[in-house]
Design a protein around this ligand. Structure first.
Ligand SMILES: Nc1ncnc2c1ncn2[C@@H]1O[C@H](COP(=O)(O)OP(=O)(O)O)[C@@H](O)[C@H]1O
Ligand SMILES: [Mg+2]
Length: 356
């Protein structure tokens, strides 16, 4: 059974539709991420699950029960929002205990529960301090402790790491995932950051303009994007106009740059037959080389136009015939320079195809 279900949910604000008809199942115990650009409706969905917003249409089920008319404090949810501030005049322990106050938890049990929550977020000794005495990252851990101390059925996290600086954010995402796995709580996480989504999720729900574009495991949405939007939003892709010229046991797609490419059928699930198609080539699958490729690897001559040095990797913009393409390559020695003549190597099995 799924822990949370959105059934034919629509949300309008006046004449504007923020969420178009959406049906979504969040499996029990899973870490599910709503991923998409700003304004695509992630927070709106989360707020409807929380009970902070009423859907215009459709039903929300938690644990199989319809909750449309159940107020937020009766839904047993843990919430952490980006700006879900701690109470400044309460100690950390009082902040964490706050969620328990309105529940039927015997007073005598509260300190032990608070301490267990603080230990879980690896801050066992800060109960007597005040929030302002903690760093941003520590405060966010306390907000998390406050959300999980009530043993929620579902944890709802809206961009909880986005206020933290880059290094801390990466540490915290590992930490957050560890905590979620340890307590096994069903989690709905909202972010616009694709690397966060790929690193943390059991399932990613890719959204655009109020619609779900694709639901899948990180490697599925990454390797087999269901739409041009997904291919571009997750990582960098080259998407070229192509034609499907064979659609049977193998799928053969032809474009002006790479010629005939035999794409694994599993990477062209939405291509239904011959005709217009798009070839999707991930930037990191396109390798620059001084030499021709070996047998079975496509090799195309190209010229380097721009070099964007990124430390251990380089992003190249190259021209191959009419096409301008991008390639992200790891480097161990000196990168290529603008003006260099190169060969682009591409393994057909790394390509995906979309309907044209
Ligand atoms: N209370 C509101 N009134 C009017 N429009 C809103 C309201 N809340 C959100 N919206 C609009 O709905 C869309 C989705 O918003 P939101 O769910 O916050 O996006 P996200 O969290 O993906 O950035 C946006 O265009 C936003 O401006
Ligand atoms: Mg938002």
């Amino acid at each position: 059974m799924s822990a949370v279900t959105l059934q034919d949910i629509v949300k309008r604000f006046g004449s504007f539709t923020a969420v178009h008809r959406t049906t979504l199942e969040i499996p029990e115990g899973a870490f599910v991420t709503l991923l998409g650009p700003s304004g695509c409706g992630k927070t709106t969905n989360l707020r409807m699950i929380a009970g902070l917003l009423d859907p215009s249409e459709g039903e929300i089920l938690i644990g199989g029960k319809r909750v449309n008319d159940v107020p937020i404090h009766k839904r047993n949810l843990g919430l952490v929002f980006q700006n879900y501030a701690l109470f400044p005049h309460k100690t950390v322990a009082e902040n964490v205990a706050f969620g328990l106050k309105y529940r039927d938890v015997p007073k005598s049990e509260i300190p032990a529960k608070v301490q267990a929550a603080l230990e879980l977020v690896q801050l066992p000794n800060v109960g007597d301090r005040y929030p302002k005495e903690l760093s941003g990252g520590q405060q966010q851990r306390i907000a998390l402790a406050r959300a999980i101390v009530i043993e929620p059925d579902v944890l709802l996290l809206d961009e909880p790491l986005s206020a933290l600086d880059a290094n801390l954010r990466e540490d915290m995402r590992v930490e957050l995932k560890r905590i979620q796995e340890r307590i096994g709580v069903t989690t709905v996480f909202v972010t616009h950051d694709q690397s966060e989504a790929l690193a943390m999720s059991d399932l990613i729900v890719v959204m655009s303009e109020g619609r779900v574009e694709q639901v899948g495991k990180p490697e599925e949405v990454y390797n087999t994007p269901a739409s041009e939007f997904v291919a571009n939003f997750l990582g960098a892709s080259n998407i070229t106009e192509a034609k499907c010229i064979e659609h049977g046991a193998s799928v053969v797609v032809e474009d002006a740059t790479f010629g005939r490419v035999t794409v694994p059928a599993a990477k062209a699930p939405n291509l239904t037959g011959q005709g217009p198609a798009k070839l999707v080539v991930r930037a990191e699958k396109l390798l620059l080389s001084k030499t021709q490729a070996s047998e079975g690897v496509i090799s195309v001559p190209a010229t380097v136009e721009t070099v964007d040095y990124q430390g251990q990797a380089v992003r190249y913009f190259v021209r191959a015939g009419e096409a301008q393409l991008q390639a992200i390559n790891m480097i161990d020695e000196r990168p290529f320079a603008a003006g260099d003549a190169v060969h682009l190597h591409l393994r057909p099995q790394d390509c995906a195809a979309l309907p044209g």
